[in-house]
Write a protein that binds this ligand. Sequence first.
Ligand code: N1C
Length: 227
Amino acid sequence: MRRRLYQKQNCHLFFRYDCEKIWSTFEQAYVGQDPCNVSMGAYDPLIAAAPFRPACNRMMFWSKTKEVVHDFTEKRDCFLTLEDTLLGSVLDGLTWCGKQGSSETFTAGCPGWTDCSNNPVRSFWNRASAAFADVACGDVTAMLNGSITTPFSPTSIFASIEVKRFNSTMMRSLNVVLVTQESTVTNCTNASLKDLQKELDEGIKYNCKEVIQECSSNPEKPCGACW
Ligand code: N1C
């Protein structure tokens, strides 16, 4: 039902994609499977069916700033997050899984994010994030959280998957925007950000700016930045 509705409402936006084919490759990743045993690789055919196109100088990554980053990108067309892509926009906020011996998709009673690591939702975000990072090019932005002690957390998808896939032959720079939401806890000298710099390929320039949330969510200019 949801699928049909989505197709009716949105398929025209993605006219180059074959939505029926994408839906069936999506299902193949988890339907009939143990919901704690769906690997990232299970989504390879899905990513191949709906690939991400590079959007040089406009790509926005984030960690622990989901709300503020979308508040910000909603108001400016110039940045593209994973949630602005076909797969990211359709699956954002959803829960899904299959069961062994069943050909159904379940949206309740599925394992949570940390119940088991190979759950269908987590493996999807891991795989999609990897593919999104693989096409990162030009000057890339990452919005990190300045109200927590470890803005670059080793267990985050940003640190454990995306940064590791940034490639200096395609990417010129990584520009961290450290957003302070309520109280400033960290700044650009934070130890975890030193780890981030170390992780980057040598050819990728690193910049960091501290910004207060008011500035990021109430931009004065339609594009460009207030930082
Ligand atoms: O683990 P994170 O953040 O560092 O992941 C964020 C990072 C972004 O740069 C995105 O490209 O990974 C990508 N990503 C999503 O796009 C996404 N949309 C929704 C990762 N996770 C995503 N979610 C959900 O947010 C996901 O289901 C999980 O619950 C969180 C992870 O967010 P985080 O820890 O703040």
